[in-house]
Design a protein around this ligand. Structure first.
Ligand code: ADP
Length: 737
């Protein structure tokens, strides 16, 4: 409120204050609610009433009746005011028609805190709008979707007020605005799809828009009229005034766009400002009170229709998400592989949200659909997600600000929504949304250079606004909706249940396998055991027969073969019994003194294979924890093989050494024998498997299977390195605790 000094010749009471301004197409008189005297008046009343406004200040209201003509000459303005006060509302008596200097005017009364506001404005419409407003409303409501509804509303408002451009402007959740519908004269550049930063419509302006549903700026070029008063105790509250002057910044904004008249209607949804119907005219154009009220009504109908339709569309989205979840659930039940179920059909995990791309990281494989970053980038992102969040669902619409490498692919993934399927295995699904700026529909040509307006002011123009907005939304995607997050949680639940179900199936299979395995062990044990008695008989009787002198040379040879066969069979049975024993017996953990054990075993092995020519080198042999009998079996087999498969070389040399590596003690048994062909690497430990190069050497193919079984029973590891005709090294790692 700026003060200025005035000539106070005819008034010695107080200086005049200017609490505000009104637009000059009408004039305002405020009446003190308690005294009924004129407390404020706009200076331009002079032009309408041909009377210095100062002369009316502090006069009783009925002085006004001198200047106006009413249909009923006995009805005064004061009567009208009283009528409104009795009814507790001025809506029913607005607008009140009257004449000033033979010109038709409307009087509209509203309330301000201590005063009544009486606003007089010219009447320009000569016909009644009632029926055309009804038609407009029903035409508008034929729009089925929200966007059709908005488009029709713009069309109807344009028809009603005849402005060059009618836009529907929607406030998004971060406060910025978007033109979501437009109806305009063909020659005009379209603004549809333009985004405006939140700063374009300041917060206090938005609050006013909620209280006062329409605003007309009849002509940006006329000077506003000042309101004068003798009072200074409080400024006049113009919230409910329709003549209220608007901020000079806003006027400049309109001028920069070449707009001469502007009209806006608030759209309120669930008590909040949803948006505005913003109307522009490129020449001055006043809108009659009734046409404004008609537009307001359309705005109100649109507001409630929006609430309803938006609700409908939201629940439609939820419905679609739910349907997708059901379909995916069916696919998971039907398909053998999870990845196929989620990505290979018509309905995929992409349909779970409104994302434009999705990646599934599962069982060490990456599967993507739609627009996604490079595979390497996705895997790096997955690693980062694993290390930086413990939540099962994580989302952001400004990824590159948190995770800098994402700057390189912000065009496809400024927003991510991820859900973890398994934390340990780092299995997850990540949905991607592109940078918002990429998705914006800029109806004009964004490359077109910005031309300064006449006064060189660039700071306020739609194009400039767009640029400002573009900076604000740089690096961000559209936000994730609550519905999308719920949908992801829903699908996560379904997938995890499915995984658990499959894991359960596998566990059951495992149990069956385990019992089959045990049965087999018992079977081999029994068979081997039971075979030993008849075998001993065969051997004993064959030996007895050999002692019988009447058997000739040929018969002896045959008996020799029977004895050799029985020995071989006996050995095989022993080996199988050993193997079965490992499966059946419990481990008896104790500290095993390896130095002694290896020495003992080697003596036996050397004598069994008559391996005097083979050299044995023993290194440091630290103690380990394990079952002594089983460990002895392991080294008997490993040393046995080392000797057996190197005796044919010139100077067989066998080395046993060990070292401690972290939590493990690793033993190595090295020989310089015939070696193993690498092609069979995976099969060496299989039962009965023997390599091609050992055909002439005796063996059963059971020894290493026993080694593997013992080592695994001890939670250890076994592996080997070998080169044909150079030698082999077998390693066994035992856990230290
Ligand atoms: P086998 O009774 O035949 O020795 P194993 O199970 O102990 O049975 O070994 C399986 C096969 O692995 C052997 O037949 C042999 O072909 C190969 N093999 C095991 N140890 C060695 C070794 N030290 N050098 C060369 N080949 C070996």
């Amino acid at each position: 409120m700026n003060k200025f000094s005035v000539d106070l010749t005819n008034c010695d009471k107080e200086p005049i204050h200017i609490p505000g301004k009104v637009q000059s197409h009408g004039f305002l008189i405020a009446v003190d609610k308690s005294t009924g005297k004129i407390s404020y008046i706009s200076e331009n009343a002079q032009a309408f009433l041909n009377c210095p406004p100062k002369d009316l200040l502090e006069m009783p209201l009925n002085i006004i009746d001198k200047f106006i003509k009413q249909q009923d000459p006995h009805f005064s303005v004061e009567d009208l005011l009283k009528l409104g006060i009795i009814r507790k509302s001025f809506d029913a008596i607005a607008p009140h028609p009257l004449e000033i200097n033979d010109r038709p005017f409307y009087l509209v009364i509203t309330s301000s805190s201590h005063d009544w506001l009486l606003e007089f404005e010219p009447v320009t419409l000569q016909y009644d709008l009632q029926s055309s407003i009804g038609r407009s409303a029903s035409a508008m409501l034929q729009g089925k979707s929200v966007s059709a509804l908005l488009k029709r509303a713009a069309t109807e408002v344009k028809q009603l007020i005849g402005y060059d451009r009618v836009m529907i402007y929607k406030f998004l959740d971060d406060g910025h605005g978007e033109v979501v519908a437009e109806e305009k004269e063909e020659k005009l550049e379209p603004f549809f799809g333009l985004h405006y930063p939140a700063s374009d419509i300041p917060k206090q302006a938005r609050e006013l828009y909620k209280l006062n549903l329409t605003r007309l700026i009849a002509n940006v070029n006329t000077l506003d009229a000042e309101i004068i008063t003798f009072r200074d105790e409080h400024p006049l509250d113009l919230t409910n005034s329709s003549l209220r002057a608007v901020s000079p910044i806003h006027i400049q904004y309109l001028k920069n766009m070449g707009v001469q008249s502007s009209f806006s209607i608030s759209l309120i949804s669930h008590g909040e400002l949803w948006g505005l119907i913003a109307c522009h005219n490129y020449s001055p154009k006043f809108i009659d009170y009734k046409a404004r009220e008609g537009s307001k009504l359309i705005g109100q109908i649109l507001s409630s229709a929006l609430e309803y339709r938006q609700g409908e569309e939201d629940s439609e989205i939820v419905q679609q998400f739910k349907e997708t979840a059901n379909i995916l659930s069916d696919q998971l039940n039907r398909d053998k592989y999870l990845t196929d179920a989620l990505t290979c059909h018509k309905r995929t995990i992409l349909n779970v949200t409104k994302a434009t791309g999705v990646a599934l990281v599962f069982e060490n494989e990456l599967k993507t659909i739609g627009e996604v970053p490079d595979s390497a980038d996705i895997l790096e992102l997955a690693e980062w997600l694993k290390s930086s969040t413990d939540e099962s669902v994580y989302y952001t619409h400004r990824l590159s600000e948190i995770f800098h490498p994402a700057k390189n692919y912000k065009n496809v993934a400024s927003g991510i929504l991820s859900c973890s399927l398994s934390k340990e295995l780092n299995e997850m699904i990540i949905w991607f949304k592109p940078e918002q700026i990429e998705t914006v529909n800029w109806a004009g040509n964004p490359e077109k250079p910005v031309t300064p307006s006449e006064n060189g002011l660039l700071s306020l123009s739609p194009r400039k606004s767009f640029e400002t907005w573009a900076q604000v939304v740089n690096n961000t995607s559209e936000k994730w909706l609550q519905e999308e997050i719920s949908s992801v949680l829903r699908i996560r639940e379904i997938i995890i249940t499915d995984l658990n179900k499959k894991a359960n199936e596998i566990r059951l299979l495992n149990e069956k396998l385990q019992s089959a395995y045990e049965e087999l062990d018992t079977f081999s044990y029994t068979i081997s055991h039971d075979l030993r008695t008849p075998l001993t008989s065969i051997k004993t009787y064959a030996e007895l027969m050999l002692k019988n002198k009447s058997i000739d040379e040929n018969g002896r040879k045959m008996l020799g073969r029977i004895l050799a066969g029985a020995d071989k069979m006996n050995f095989l049975i022993k080996e199988i019994l050993n193997l079965a024993r490992v499966g059946r017996s419990e481990i008896n953990f104790e500290t095993v003194e390896m130095q002694a054990l290896v020495q003992e075993v080697s003596v036996e092995v050397w004598s069994a294979f008559k391996a005097d020519k083979a050299e044995l080198i023993l290194g440091q042999l630290p103690d380990i924890k394990g079952d002594k009998t089983m460990i002895a079996q392991v080294f008997t087999n490993l040393l046995g093989n080392a000797v057996k498969y190197s005796l044919m070389v010139d100077k067989p040399k066998i080395e046993v050494s060990a070292y401690i590596d972290g939590n493990e003690t690793i033993y190595a048994v090295k020989d310089n024998g015939i070696g193993i062909d690498n092609r069979y690497y995976d099969r060496v430990f299989e039962l009965f498997k023997r390599m091609d190069n050992v055909k002439d050497i005796e063996g059963t193919g059971v020894g290493l299977a026993i080694v593997k079984r013992v080592v695994e029973k001890h939670n250890g590891r076994v592996w080997f390195e070998s080169k044909l005709n150079v030698g082999s090294t077998f390693y066994v790692a035992f856990k230290n605790n």
